[in-house]
Structures are given as structure tokens and as C-alpha cells.
Design a protein around this ligand. Sequence first.
Ligand code: ZN
Ligand code: ZN
Length: 224
Amino acid sequence: MHVDILGVGNAFSGPVSTSLIVDLNGKSILVDAGYGVYEVLKENDYLEEIDTIFISHTHEDHIASLGAILNDLRYIKKIKLPRIVAHEQVARMLESYLRVIGFPDIQVYTCFMPFVKAHHTIPCYGIVIRDNEKDEAIIYTGDTKCSKEIYDVWYKYRKRYDVTIYHDCQIMNIDPPNGLASPHATWKEIALAYPDEMLECIRGVHHGMGGDIVKPFRLAQPTI
Ligand SMILES: [Zn+2]
Ligand SMILES: [Zn+2]
């Protein structure tokens, strides 16, 4: 398994939203497709390589490139579209969105790899992608607060797999105006929520390019 990071941004910072390309046994999985992802894929001649697009939830910083990707593949490259995958709670909303942007024929698949329930403002599910030959696994959390579910998934897979967790960690402190708590994990919350052994596996994403890096945590940065 090889992971490339296309972007680490969030809804308020770019230039590219948090998105990964996971190459697994010769197949490429695009994990989320927000702002700027289409441009990075196009610049790197990678659009045609994508076999599957996983979408964690329907906020714009996770789906904004979807229309451009699908339009390019269908009408310019004229090739079969990648399979689109999401948890069933996300899939119905995603199909509505696809209808609105001109793809009423696309069915979102809901059977894939294990999903991880996130805690966010709208239905959101991360995913576990495993390489059984190399005993490597990634956990992508999607947008979320820290949670027992994420801990349990790491705990379950940590013995067999070399696990890397791409965890939401919004450094920018954005509190919604209505007094509700931010729907993202912060470094402080991550440090308090999880044991050291798990923190070692975490690479923070969804943080944008700025902010203070709080040691010993590691922030992911774009690799393309
Ligand atoms: Zn987001
Ligand atoms: Zn979100």
C-alpha cells in the first residue's frame, strides 16, 4: 500500500482540501475530493488511474471536486467512471447531490471496507484500508471529534497491522457562532483522548498549512 497526500486543508484553508490517494494492489482509491483535488489530479495525469472514490461526508471541502472529476472522465476522457463509495447514511445524500450536478445515473456503493463512525455536524464516516500482504493499514477518520469508535478500531487492528491514522485535527480554532462546540478534534483533545502508543500512529490532517505544530504530534503535509 502506498499513500500520497493531495492536500491537508479544511473548509477555511487551502490550497487543497484534505484528500489521499491510496494505491492498494494496483488499484487507486481517492479518499475525499474537496477543493483543489481535481486540479492536483489533473496536473499529475492521475485522473484516469482512479478506480474508486471514497467520500466521508457531503461538506464542500470533501466533495467540491467531484463534479469536475466526473465531467472530465465522462465527457473529455470518455472512460468508465470510478466506483463511488460511502457509508449508507452518506450515500443517499451524495446521490441527491450527484443528481443536482448532472449525474442522476450514478449509484453510490455502500459495501466496501470497514467504515468508522465519525462525530460531526452531518453524517460522516471514515474508513479502514488494509493491505493484508504487507500488514499495513490506514484509518482515515473524516471530520470528527475524538471518539471511542476511533480508539476501538485502532485497538482492533494494531496487533496485526502497522497502522497509520489520518485524524482530523483542526488547528484553527473556529467556534460556531451559535455557541456549539467545534465539530473537529484539536491537538489538545487528541492528546487527552488517546494513549501514547496510539498518538504515535496519528498524522494530523484537515489542519491547513498554518498553525503551531504541537510536539510530539505529527501533522501530515502534501506529498504531491
Ligand atoms: Zn472538512
Ligand atoms: Zn465536515
